[in-house]
Ligand binder design. Structure first.
Ligand code: HSE
Length: 311
């Protein structure tokens, strides 16, 4: 038996909601898991690059038991008192790697749902989310990959993940600007301070609360305020050439509601009201050109559906 699961890319943080908010976008990785028929064939892992992603991006991804999809599946089996012996895992990737778009969350979630199906559904969503977050570390990516849409989530001390899905005003569009360089999440977290000034924590706290109200009331002016951040982006600016210029320049473009870093970066998300797409692209292209960075642009809606089984 073979089970394939298609899981969307995600954008975490969304400005003020560091490690809490996230949303899904319609680009996908597909993970297939099958029990191999021949005993003794062990674990086989194949990665197929489906979207002309740079082949070099894949060079460091292990295809043995150190692969994160395998590790997640192994943790699930162990949780159920079992050990995976003969498994073939195929990972088809469309989501750019190390660009802040949740490519690892997507394959972890896909692998776990597929393996759970192979095992006959022993684990519920709560268990799968908690196993996925233990491997990946960021519920703000795992949750929207799992359930789609916009989410607020919390990884609790007992390992469980609590989340709520939030509404989205479909008049608000997303322009995802993906630069041609990678940024490793660990490096991007290493520049964050261990402690932050109380006034910065309060700055984000009220904006995260207002983000949620802005979504429920479709209040564009409130969303403008809510997309600002002082807890992570200011520290990460030095890792992303041109980021502060991009953010400053886009403030003057009609239609732009806010500009935030996608997760740990380096991609940039522009939330806008449908006006100004070409000005946004032009402005970001010009700024990054100055820093010798090339970019891809994806003009996307929110993906409302999360990981789904495909045939
Ligand atoms: N919230 C996490 C971060 C997301 O910003 O580091 C990592 O993908």
């Amino acid at each position: 038996m073979k089970v394939s699961v298609k899981t969307p890319a995600t954008i975490a943080n969304l400005g003020a909601g560091f490690d809490s908010l996230g949303l899904a976008i319609p680009i996908y990785n597909i993970v297939s898991v099958e029990e191999t028929v021949l005993p003794g064939s062990g674990i086989e892992i194949n990665i197929i690059n489906e979207k002309n992603n740079n082949e070099n991006d894949f060079r460091d991804i292990p295809v043995d038991k150190n692969n994160i999809v395998y590790k997640a599946i192994e943790l699930l089996y162990n949780f159920l008192g079992q050990t995976p012996n003969e498994l073939k895992i195929t990972i088809k990737t469309q989501i750019p790697i190390s660009r802040g778009l949740g490519s690892s969350s997507s394959v972890i979630v896909g692998g776990l749902i597929a393996a759970n199906e192979l095992l006959g559904h022993p684990a519920d969503e709560k268990v799968l989310m908690s196993v996925a977050t233990e491997i990946e570390g960021h519920p703000d990516n795992i949750t929207p990959a799992f359930v789609g849409g916009v989410t607020v989530s919390s990884w609790e001390e007992d390992g469980s993940v609590i989340y709520r899905k939030l509404p989205w005003n479909d008049e608000w569009k997303l322009m995802v600007c993906v630069p041609d360089f990678e940024l490793n999440t660990e490096i991007s977290r290493s520049v964050l301070p261990k402690e932050v000034p109380m006034k910065d924590a309060v700055y984000n706290l009220k904006r995260t609360a207002m983000f949620i109200d802005a979504l429920y009331t479709k209040d564009e002016e409130l969303l403008k305020l809510a997309l600002k951040d002082k807890l992570h982006q200011p520290y990460r600016e030095k890792l992303i050439p041109g980021l502060s210029d991009i953010m400053n320049n886009l403030k003057h473009i009609n239609g732009v509601i806010g500009t935030v870093l996608c997760g740990a970066g380096p991609s940039v998300l522009v939330v806008y009201n449908g006006i100004g797409a070409s000005e946004i692209k032009e402005s970001v292209t010009n700024t990054w050109n100055y820093f010798n960075v090339k970019a891809n642009f994806m003009n996307l809606p929110i993906e409302k559906q999360g990981a789904m089984k495909i045939v």
